[in-house]
Design a protein around this ligand. Structure first.
Ligand SMILES: Cc1cc2nc3c(=O)[nH]c(=O)nc-3n(C[C@H](O)[C@H](O)[C@H](O)COP(=O)(O)O)c2cc1C
Length: 254
């Protein structure tokens, strides 16, 4: 990624090059972690920093609809794992043949091994029925809590902590396992802890489940579906995809 362009250099609001590189390093080397958790405890000072990062996410109408339920008890983790196991078995039944065996061979959670679980929720009624920016698109509050998840995920990567998002639950089972009331929506159950290593690529990509899509297929101009290979942006996108790959490989092997 070329972050040294003349424009960036002139922009007084831009971070220093070193700081910019660190931001992109966190983004490109962040991984969903399932199987590499170490039992090393996470110091409260570090946990506090990543939770504070989550709390500084953007939110529709500044409603801050999230809570952070920190799970440390092995008994509670076991209940969460049981809820996962039920849903995982149901999900496996939806695939057939080879796809089912591949699905069953994937490790899709680290609930018990990770020292900490964090459930990030959304209180859809936190600031009453009228929320600036949510009048017509009611799901904006849910997306706000997802922004908190991503902030935490990136801050954790910078701290050297792995995070794995587990969503294979019947929602009611997860709520019961964690005592979450019906009017609160669980958004993400995150497994958090130090790791033996970070993979350079998404594990689902390595397993041949799905490839990373090329940016050329995803960027449209002015109208849905309208591509334009002549746009100078397209050449930049191609270069930056390679650069992103290099950053994540270096970060994973460092
Ligand atoms: C909303 C959401 C739900 C996810 N649920 C699971 C899950 O239940 N189990 C799992 O192993 N990974 C889960 N993931 C992680 C994705 O599989 C992962 O982000 C994707 O394969 C890309 O890999 P990367 O995060 O390492 O880049 C989830 C990710 C998101 C954003």
């Amino acid at each position: 990624m070329n972050t040294t362009s003349a424009h960036a250099a002139q922009n007084v609001h831009a971070f220093t090059q070193e700081a910019r590189d660190a931001v992109y390093q966190a983004i490109f080397s962040r991984r969903d972690v399932r199987g590499q958790f170490l039992p090393t405890p996470v110091p409260d000072a570090v946990l506090s920093r990543i939770l504070t990062a989550a709390h500084h996410a953007p939110s529709v109408g500044f409603m801050q609809p999230w809570n952070f339920l920190v799970v440390q008890s092995p008994q509670v983790k076991r209940r969460v794992y049981d809820a996962f196991a039920t849903a995982h078995a149901q999900a496996a039944d939806l695939f057939e043949g080879e796809k089912r065996s591949t699905y069953q061979s994937l490790k899709l959670e680290g609930i018990v091994e990770s020292p900490i679980g964090i459930c990030i929720t959304c209180d859809r009624e936190r600031t009453g029925p009228v929320v600036v920016g949510r009048t017509h698109m009611k799901t904006m509050d849910l997306y706000s809590s997802v922004c908190a998840v991503q902030n935490l995920w990136l801050a954790a990567r910078a701290e050297g902590l792995g995070v794995g998002w587990v969503s294979i639950f019947n929602q009611a089972d997860l709520q019961q396992a964690l005592g979450i009331p019906k009017n609160i929506t669980p958004i993400a159950y995150l497994c958090v802890g130090y790791v033996s290593h970070f993979h350079a690529k998404p594990e689902l990509e390595t397993a041949g489940w799905l490839p990373r899509l090329p940016m050329e297929d995803l960027v449209y101009f002015d109208q849905w579906g309208q591509r334009d290979d002549q746009q100078p942006l397209m050449a930049h996108l191609q270069r930056d995809q390679t650069a992103a790959q290099n950053v994540r490989q270096t970060a994973a092997t460092a």
